[in-house]
Design a protein around this ligand. Structure first.
Ligand code: X2X
Length: 337
């Protein structure tokens, strides 16, 4: 080696070594770079706990797997994201079971109107045999569902025109519902006029008065600032809704067992923490929303349940889900149909 080329070689080797040291870790590609997308605002407990989980997953896997979060419908509405997780455009996605039912019909079963009386029935059901049954169906449809659901909450009806006190107040009521046959069927049973709209378009649909109202848990009404475009909140608690953490099946199976274990454990642990966050958040929310100008009323749920029963809502859905799934629901929620 000539003196010149030796010096050039030493210099470039040193340069390479220096840049290897100085390059931030991120710049070196992880073995697996996955995307997780959702419809929730960045401050929602889902995103707070997901950010923590992603950091732990990166750390425990020593950087072998990195997950980038796309919150707040950055990658499109729920319907779009559902296609993306199926094709592998995104690897992880949290979706309401009711919307997932456009692909896996039984996944809406937890949202049957007035089924679960309280969280004391919800979590044993979804962490137990009912949840296992639904996960089995999700798996057959080609998606992987993690064991622990994340909480969305009990849903309440908001409106810009009038409070909902009795089932009659729903007659002709123009209400946005998420894209899901169960939601449409339930509000049709009340003779309302439901419109299927993805969450990313809800605020503007309310603001422009394309619809009069919508229904969501208090945490979403607060965090997505729906109180700015809604006046009344009727605490109907008409259904419980939660999110499945889903993975694209091929992307999931590509992960070696040790990485699968790290990812599953952290997603499931984050879900449990997130449930607790929602529980604590709910406690103070009515007061907060009242101070934003919302007017609350508490309707008698029994009157609404009676209308659904009379309309044949429960027997119709029992037929659609089949007796096995329905009896698992009733095992936790008590007799319905
Ligand atoms: O779309 C909604 O209303 C929301 C945010 O509650 C769901 O994800 C089902």
């Amino acid at each position: 080696m000539s003196e010149l080329s030796r010096r050039a070689f030493v210099a470039s080797a040193a340069g390479a070594a220096a840049s290897a040291i100085l390059l931030p870790r991120r710049a070196r590609a992880a073995e697996f770079s996955y995307k997780y997308a959702n419809n929730a605002p960045v401050d929602h407990p889902i995103n707070v706990r997901a950010r923590e989980a992603v950091a732990k997953i990166k750390d425990e896997s020593k950087g072998r797997i990195e997950i980038e979060i796309f919150p707040n419908n950055q990658l499109g509405g729920d319907t779009d994201m559902l296609s993306q997780v199926r094709t592998g455009g995104i690897e992880f996605f949290t979706l309401s079971g009711l919307i997932l039912a456009t692909l896996v019909p039984v996944a809406s079963i937890n949202g049957i109107g007035f089924a679960f009386k309280s969280y004391d029935q919800v979590w044993p059901a979804m962490d137990g045999a009912l949840g296992a049954y639904v996960r089995g169906a999700i798996d057959k449809a080609g998606l992987h569902a993690f064991d622990k659901m994340w909480d969305n909450g009990y849903r309440e009806i908001t409106s810009s025109t009038h409070p909902i006190n009795t089932p009659d107040d729903l007659k002709g009521f123009k209400i946005r519902v998420p894209v899901s046959p169960l939601w449409t069927s339930m509000f049709e049973a009340f003779k309302a006029s439901p419109a299927s709209v993805n969450f990313n378009e809800v605020y503007s649909a309310l603001q422009t008065k394309v619809v009069e109202g919508q229904e969501n848990p208090l945490s979403i009404i607060q965090i997505a600032k729906l109180y700015e475009v809604q006046k009344y909140c009727s605490t109907t608690n008409h259904m419980w809704d939660g999110f499945w953490m889903l993975a694209n099946q091929a992307a999931w199976e590509k992960l070696p067992k040790d990485l699968q274990e790290i990812v599953a454990r952290n997603w499931n642990a984050a879900a449990l923490l997130q449930r607790d966050d929602i529980r604590k958040l709910n406690d103070g929310l009515q007061g907060k929303l009242e101070s934003e100008g919302m007017v609350f009323n508490k309707p008698d749920a029994e009157a609404f349940r009676a209308v659904l029963k009379q309309a044949g809502f429960y027997t119709d859905w029992r037929t659609k889900y089949g007796t096995e799934a329905w009896s698992l629901l009733e095992k936790y929620a008590g007799g319905l149909a």
